[in-house]
Design a protein around this ligand. Structure first.
Ligand SMILES: CCN[C@H]1CN(CCOC)S(=O)(=O)c2sc(S(N)(=O)=O)cc21
Ligand SMILES: [Zn+2]
Length: 266
């Protein structure tokens, strides 16, 4: 069985037993208490800036904890906002719940969204590898995008969702070179909250500068159901057809503690 996961016997409340960092004071996600957000001048003139290729080859993989798209981040760049260096895109993935009233990892004044997209970048200016960066306090920069249920499909996400039937079981992957317009995976408004946090899964390294956009993007119920059809077990694991479905893979919020929560934009 998995040594950590999202079920009652291996879920977030048990992680600190095997992954002591999970009990740290700089953990993610957090509830974004909008009344605590400060808008100091340090961010207002430093828009967060990204450049992603419009056509690139990708690999989508079922990690057993969800789907993950590995990007070969050569000509990608994320800078500005709370970042002092240029970060490269390493991968992106998503978190969701069993029903639409849960699923995001960050919450806003106690409100959960149906899902949350994470674009994971690493500080390639200061560190020589993603792995090294993941052990540094300013090593990773993750963009969090809330997803709410809307009537229309999200066309860009559909390119990813169409590949999910090929990776239903843990360990399966699919190579695809599709032209992904990352810009449309991000909301129109660049307004965001930012704080210092961690990976939201084991090993829970406290290495992430988090930037969570205020405006959600929309995804359809059908698209979210496809996410929930993923399995957390391999093809060879003999289980009943309905068992092992990845219906939820989000960590509930941890205390912000004495960390500063900054915001850019109303
Ligand atoms: C299931 C495993 N998830 C993690 C795998 N990696 C960590 C170790 O790598 C060297 S990672 O850096 O790619 C990230 S980012 C991330 S989140 N949800 O905070 O954006 C979780 C993980
Ligand atoms: Zn994540």
């Amino acid at each position: 069985s998995l040594d950590w996961g999202y079920t009652d016997d291996n879920g977030p409340s048990t992680w600190a037993e095997k992954y002591p960092l999970a009990a740290g004071a700089r953990q993610s996600p957090v509830d974004i208490d909008t009344s605590k957000a400060t808008s100091d001048n340090s961010l207002v003139d430093r828009e967060i800036d990204w450049s992603y290729p419009s056509n690139c080859s990708y690999r989508i993989v079922n990690t057993g904890y969800g789907w993950r798209v590995d990007t070969y981040g050569d000509d990608t760049a994320l800078s500005g906002g709370p970042l002092s260096e240029v970060y490269k895109l390493e991968q992106f993935h998503c978190h969701w719940g069993a029903t639409n009233d849960e699923g995001s990892e960050h919450t806003v004044d106690g409100k959960s969204y149906a899902a949350e997209l994470h674009l994971v970048h690493w500080n390639s200016e200061k560190y020589s590898s993603f792995k090294e960066a993941a052990s540094q306090p300013d090593g990773l920069a993750v963009l969090g995008v809330f997803m709410e249920i809307g009537n229309a499909d999200n066309a860009e996400l559909e390119k990813i969702i169409s590949l999910i039937p090929k990776i239903i079981h843990k360990g399966q992957d699919s190579q695809a070179s599709f032209d992904l317009d990352f810009g449309s995976l991000l909301p129109e408004s660049k307004h965001y909250w930012t704080y210092l946090g961690s990976l939201t899964t084991p090993p829970c390294n406290e290495c992430v500068i988090w930037t969570v956009f205020k405006e959600p993007i929309t995804i359809s119920e059908r698209q979210l159901e496809v996410f929930r059809s993923l399995k957390s077990v391999g093809e060879e694991d003999a289980i009943e057809p309905e068992e092992g479905k990845l219906v939820k893979n989000y960590r509930p919020p941890l205390p912000l503690g004495n960390r500063v929560l900054r915001e850019c934009g109303p």
